[in-house]
Design a protein around this ligand. Structure first.
Ligand code: S3P
Length: 176
């Protein structure tokens, strides 16, 4: 159990990766891990490939295994991590428990408008947003179930509507 680990949760497009990078500059002794990149390296496949060939449930299992690996490695080596998690990592109860026990968890909370605007600007390749629905209605639909989960999983909530990721990182390191 290492509560010095920092984990960032929040919806796709909330800025987890960007805030993680800003935090890594402010906290040079900590190692930055982006869970999606870790899984891609671990599996030798991209996230969209994993969703396409094995489906969402298999990807959620991979997220759980990756988190187990990371936290165990941290325990064994005495390393502390800044973890940018995936937008859906906390939909699994096992992941939620691991995250709360092994890190101080921050929810990067953005409004639907901010999320939609960021996802329009930086669409990426996000399997969870594919399908017939408009981007806004898909974001609203997922946020209806995920919003309360982010809130209850996080130890702290950081508002990120201005997209000022440095300010968010400073808020995080300034907490007592
Ligand atoms: C997902 C979010 C993605 C990635 C995968 C599933 C989700 O990460 O893990 O496509 O279910 O919200 P980002 O939040 O970094 O886009």
């Amino acid at each position: 159990m290492n509560m010095n680990n920092i984990s960032l949760i929040g919806f796709m497009g909330s800025g987890k990766t960007s805030v993680g990078k800003e935090l890594a500059k402010l906290l040079p002794d900590m190692e930055l891990i982006d869970l999606d990149s870790y899984i891609e390296a671990m599996s030798g496949r991209t996230i969209p490939e994993i969703f396409e060939t094995e489906g969402e449930a298999a990807f959620r299992e991979m997220e759980k295994t990756a988190l187990e690996d990371i936290f165990l490695t941290g325990e064994l080596t005495g390393s502390s991590y800044i973890l940018s998690l995936g937008g859906g990592t906390v939909t699994s109860e096992a992941c939620r428990r691991m995250i709360r026990r092994n890190s101080t968890c921050f929810y990067l909370k953005a409004s639907i408008d901010t999320l939609v605007s960021n996802l329009e600007t930086w669409p990426g390749d996000r399997p969870m947003l594919k399908g017939g629905k408009s981007l806004r209605s898909r974001v609203e639909e997922l946020m209806t179930t995920r919003g309360p989960i982010y809130e209850k999983t996080a130890h702290h909530i950081i508002k990120v509507d201005g997209n000022d990721y440095l300010a968010a990182a400073v808020d995080i390191v300034s907490l007592p």
